[in-house]
Every structure is written in C-alpha cells, then in structure tokens.
Design a protein around this ligand. Structure first.
Ligand code: M6R
Length: 366
C-alpha cells in the first residue's frame, strides 16, 4: 500500500507531480486560454462583488491560505484576510453579507474550521470550501467548493494536500483576475503555461533527495531550527518549521526574513541551522544580506535557491536548488525540499514519521 516507499509521507511527497496535475486537469485549458471551475463559474458574481475574501483554516491548510493571500492580492487584486479558524470563531468577528469566506481543509472534518464556517453562514456570508476528502462534512456544509483531488493523504504530516491547495487557490485567483480584466490575455496565458510546467519542475526538485539526506544527516542533532522566507515564501518558511516540529520533535520557528533583526537574530550562534528560502525572484538581494547577518554570527545556512544560483552558494553551508518559475508559483517548488529535509531528519532520529506522537490526522475536537 505504500507503493514501495518506507512511509506514506515519502510516498505522498513523491506523488505531488501527479497530484498537482490531477488538480488542474480539466480546469485549466491552456490552449483555449481558459479556466473552468464550476464552483467559481456558478457563483462568479459573489466573488466579483466581494469587498474582501476571508480565508479560514488550521495548521498546514492555514499556511496554504497565507500563500493564497499573496496570490489573490497580487494576481486578482482582491483584499484577503487569513484567519486561524479557532481565533475567528471565538472573537466576534465582523462578517458582512458581501464577504466571501474560503474554508480550506484537507480532511474536511476539522472542528474549528467547521465552527468558523457555521458562524460565517449565520452572518450571511457566502462560504466556499477547498477540501481534499470528497463528501466530507465541510464539503457538504459549504455553499460551493472545489476539491483538491490530491488522493488520500495518510501521513499525519500534510504534504500533497498543501501543494494541491495552493494549486486550486491559484486557479481561482487566475480565474477571477481574468474576469476582472486585471491580467491581460497574454499574462494570463503565461501563468497557465507556467502552472502546467510545475509537475515537471516538482520532479526536478525531488531529484535533490539524496543531497537533502546529506544535509539532514549534518543537522539532525540540532535542538532548534529557524526558517526564513519573504513574500510568497514566508508561509513556506512557516510550513517548513511545522513539518520539522511535527515529525522530528525538533523545535523550529518560521519567520519573515526581514523580521529576524527584530528579535530572532538574538538566537543565532554556531549551533543554529537556518533554512533560508532565497529564490532569485522576490527581494533576492535583501535575503542575501540576511544571510550575511546570519553568517557573521556563525549560524549555519541551508539555502533553498534557484537553479544556477551564485550569491547564496558563495555564503551558505549548503544549497538546495529548485527550478525557476514565476515568483507566485515558487511556493509549489520551495516546499518540496523542506518536506524532504524534515522527513529525513525524522527517519534518522527514528521517529514515527507517519503517526507522530500526540497528533491525529484530523482534529475533530475543539
Ligand atoms: O484537515 P485539515 O486541513 O483541516 O487539517 C488542518 C490541520 O490539522 C493540519 O494541517 C495539521 O496541521 C497537519 N498535521 C499539518 O501537517
């Protein structure tokens, strides 16, 4: 059932090229320069009239929501707020009839997310679900939705659900951008063509597996890790840190790279590995200067870089390359090495990768 892999998590990491293409298949028609998604097409006015979109989710799905915030605002120019479902539901939030709420959930059974949906519905908002499990409670309770089509995810640590959630949300952002006329036909087409290439590029990123194992063996005994990223890749830093915490029990924190100087820099010494997402597009020079700051305090640097990178390579202890793509699509690639890094560290530490202690696949308690 693990298809020859040692763990479901590894199998699911390797399934991502297919999972991503299954997610856009039939929805993205590159030659016709079209995106077709029934849940959006049937409710297009609701989305176009929305003053803002509120995304509610937990854990990894919340991280996908954060990536979507950058994508929606950048591509579709719609204001987005991303909320932990558990905070949203308990804090008397302001919800209007013309708000669109997007709930993201792999399992479709997360209690806090469900409660947030109910609250939004009571207040008259239109609620759209992005779920993986077909027929799940959240997929039934929302007004409309789009499935991720990632296939069953068994490992407690979410992997392919995350990248397919980002894929669905990207499709939605592009669909709305086209309708609003904020992207020209050729810009829209460029995005479709790039998205179509992502599965091949994920395969390429997976080829670094052995090299990542070497990096893992080097830092597996660290007590703390820091993950840094900017813009679209700031949520990827959060996700990388969550993956490491969940399955290896090593304390890790994700931060926006520029926030380092406002506190976390005090933690850096020769014992601190820092994973820095430093792809070429997206404030590269600033990230390179963050790397200098880490280096001068003897921190260890693992750079996630674009193929052919020069500047980070000169300064980092290790670099892991991912192929080049549009900046908004980089999270689909930079996530891959972070999943593999946490996987190998957990295996080397002899942890229960697929069923980490204290965790369940779906959190149905409040
Ligand atoms: O099923 P959901 O997407 O609603 O689950 C949300 C979180 O419980 C989930 O993402 C959790 O954080 C994962 N264990 C992360 O790997």
């Amino acid at each position: 059932e693990k298809g020859g892999y040692d763990h479901f998590m590894l199998k699911e990491i390797y399934e991502q090229p297919d999972a991503i293409s299954d997610t856009y298949r039939g929805r993205m028609l590159v030659n016709e320069n079209l995106i077709r998604m029934a849940g959006i097409d049937d409710n297009i006015e609701k989305f176009l009239n929305a003053k803002r979109i509120i995304i509610v989710a937990c854990g990894t799905s919340w991280h996908a929501g954060l990536v979507a915030e950058y994508i929606f605002e950048d591509i579709a120019r719609i204001p987005v707020e991303v909320e932990y479902a558990s905070e949203f539901r308990y804090r008397n939030p302001i919800i209007n009839k013309d708000d669109v709420v997007i709930a993201i959930s792999q399992s479709g059974e997360t209690a806090d997310t469900m409660a947030a949906i109910n609250l939004a519905k009571e207040n008259g908002a239109f609620v759209f679900g992005v779920c993986n499990v077909v027929g799940s409670s959240i997929s039934r309770e929302t007004h409309a939705g789009a499935y991720t089509h990632a296939g069953p995810e068994i490992g407690v640590a979410s992997t392919k659900a995350f990248t397919t959630q980002i894929t669905v949300l990207t499709l939605i952002a592009l669909r709305l951008a086209k309708q609003k006329g904020v992207l020209s036909n050729s810009q829209f087409n460029e995005h479709l063509r790039e998205l179509e290439q992502i599965p091949e590029k994920v395969k390429k990123a997976l080829e670094s597996n052995e090299h990542i194992e070497v990096v893992a063996s080097k830092y597996k005994d660290a007590k703390n890790f820091l993950y840094l990223g900017r813009g679209f890749n700031f949520p990827v830093a959060l996700e990388g840190a969550l993956k490491l915490k969940e399955i290896s029990y090593i304390h890790a924190e994700g931060y926006p790279a520029a926030e380092m100087k406002h506190g976390p820099i005090a933690l850096i010494d020769s014992q601190m590995p820092v994973v820095v997402i430093a792809t070429r597009k997206g404030h590269y020079d600033k990230v390179v200067s963050n790397i200098e700051e880490i280096k001068s305090r003897e921190g260890k640097i693992i750079g996630i870089v674009t193929e052919g990178d020069v500047e980070v390579r000169k300064r980092a202890d290790y670099v892991i390359e991912v192929p080049e793509t549009l900046e908004s699509l980089t999270p689909l690639l930079t996530t891959i090495p972070l999943q593999l890094l946490s996987y190998h560290i957990a295996v080397m530490l002899d942890k229960n990768v697929d069923q980490p202690r204290n965790l369940a696949k779906s959190v149905t308690v409040e």
